[in-house]
Design a binder for this molecule. Structure first.
Ligand SMILES: Cc1ncc(COP(=O)(O)O)c(C=O)c1O
Length: 493
């Protein structure tokens, strides 16, 4: 019954669009779930049975199932198979159905299938500004009065063209300041003209996805992954292929090459969320793999300003000899996330196309804010903010490490990724329910994230992702031991 439906759908899709087989099966399975032919909680036939029933190769079936798992439609349970996720909503009977006052959850049926995937996976529940929330910075350290003065000054001096959209890739002095910083501190090889100012990493990623890949092309993402990147790729219609990360960073195997990438997204300086630093041999291997597939590499260097121990690490872009790495960074981690300013470094041959498409797609503006930021950097305020922040976060990090010490044992729990950034990862044994532990921690007014929640496909990682950016030292000193105690309890249970 199911296979008949799938075959009919695939047949229809195959005639309508020239979609590859795995994409046809993906669409057909998704339709089966949305139409209720495969209900929430229902078990999917095994990939072997599906392959046989549909006369497809097992690889094709596995690729479709993987993509649906990444997007949150399916979930695997170890040893028992793959199931339709409980939160997959049914589609509305027809597009024309009027809103008859149903509760918001039922309205999900009116979303596009992409909308459903985007709104049902990896959702940030609410703004959680409490001890240990990963990714949060210390808002209290931002020099508000100085920033206000600079903003006022640039608003007073604003010329009419500063109030218009801009076609130039951003305010020229800001692009120069970013280029100078990246050249010196991150060994990025660039000229200021290659910098495109964006509204942050999401926009940088979406620009890359839209301009460098077509609908249905494959992007390799790290597993576990930064959900912001996964969503940007889902939104642009790319097929997401998870590639496992080990202690040296992304680790593609020969099997991964059967899903040739058009894009490879990595966080080499401090893998998000495990914190792995990509080693030099792995960097060279990755560039060689990208070359072999003629793929673009998207390097997200989101928190490289904070390095606390170990030798300094340069950018992956600095090793690239054939201009296939696009480097991106953000001001979110040194200033504040709501500033919504980031930058993308584009290889020279692509600069004109990126500027034009950025203008047409995003209508970039905010020139007075960019001017204030350029002056903030030129006057040395950025460097001092960074110095202060480094000192602050170093103390908080040390305090958290001390608090977690009692939990660590040889061959048992350990910490990864504490050399850099604003979070570390407490790695726990495979039999710990890290989601339940994170929920218990939340009941005590702290936010940690379960490592398994970042995993797209693999099921072997358990742990807690713990941030030390937001909470003051005193709070870390008070809450750290409570957190450690709760972890110890979970280990003993
Ligand atoms: C890997 C990664 N990239 C980028 C960002 C955020 O960048 P933006 O604020 O510019 O969107 C984060 C935020 O936590 C992140 O973890």
């Amino acid at each position: 019954m199911l296979s008949e439906f799938l075959l009919a759908e695939m047949n229809r899709l195959g005639t309508q669009d020239a979609l590859p087989l795995h994409r046809q099966l993906y669409e057909a399975l998704r339709r089966a779930m949305l139409d209720g032919k495969l209900g929430a909680g229902e078990r999917l036939p095994s990939s072997r049975d599906l392959a046989e029933d549909l006369s497809l190769s097992r690889n094709t079936v596995v690729a479709a199932i993987n993509q649906l798992s990444v997007e949150g439609y399916l979930a695997s349970r170890v040893g028992s198979g793959t199931y339709v996720n409980d939160n997959v909503p049914r589609a509305a009977p027809s597009r024309g159905t009027r809103n008859s006052g149903q509760p918001a959850t039922l309205q999900a049926g009116r979303l596009s299938t992409r909308g459903i995937a985007l709104s049902s996976t990896f959702c940030a529940t609410e703004l959680e500004v409490q001890p240990f929330t990963p990714g949060m910075v210390d808002f209290s350290a931002f020099p508000v009065a100085l920033w206000q003065r600079l903003q006022n000054k640039h608003w007073r001096m604003t010329y009419p063209d500063m109030l218009d959209y801009n076609t130039s890739g951003g305010y020229a002095p800001l692009r120069r300041a970013v280029a100078d910083y990246l050249r010196v501190f991150r060994s990025v090889q660039l000229e200021a003209d290659q910098v495109v100012i964006t509204s942050g990493t999401q926009q940088s990623l979406e620009l890359c996805a839209r301009l460098l890949a077509d609908h249905g092309d494959t992007v390799w993402v790290e597993d576990p992954a930064y959900w912001g990147a996964v969503k940007a790729f889902m939104a642009t219609g790319l097929a997401i292929h998870p590639v496992p990360v080990d202690e040296q960073g992304i680790s593609p195997s020969a099997g991964d090459s059967t899903h040739p990438p058009r894009l490879i997204y990595v966080t080499p300086s401090h893998q998000y969320p495990t914190g792995a630093v990509m080693t030099l041999p792995r960097r060279h291997q990755l560039l060689a793999t990208a070359r072999a597939h003629d793929a673009w590499v998207l390097e997200d260097d989101y928190d490289s300003e904070y390095r606390f121990s170990g030798p300094p690490i340069s950018s992956l872009e600095g090793l690239d000899t054939d201009g296939r790495v696009l480097y991106m960074g953000t001001f979110s981690k040194v200033l504040y996330p709501g500033l919504k300013l980031g930058y993308l470094v584009v290889p020279k041959p692509l600069v004109a196309a990126f500027k034009q498409a950025h203008y047409d797609l995003n209508r970039p503006g905010q020139m007075p804010v960019q001017a204030a930021l350029a002056e903030f950097i030129e006057m040395g305020h950025f460097a001092s903010a960074l110095r202060r922040a480094r000192q602050n976060y170093a103390e908080r990090r040390q305090c958290l490490l001390e608090a977690l010490k009692p939990v660590l044992t040889a061959g048992g729990p350990y910490i990864s990724g504490a050399e850099q950034g604003l979070h570390l990862c407490l790695r726990l044994p495979g039999d710990i329910d890290d989601r339940a532990l994170a929920q218990r921690v939340a009941q005590q007014g702290m936010t940690v994230r379960p490592l398994s929640a970042y995993c797209l496909q693999r099921q072997d990682l358990k742990g807690l992702v713990i941030g030390y950016g937001y909470a003051p030292l005193a709070d870390i000193a008070r809450c750290g031991p409570v957190l450690a105690g709760m972890v110890e309890q979970a280990l003993q249970a």
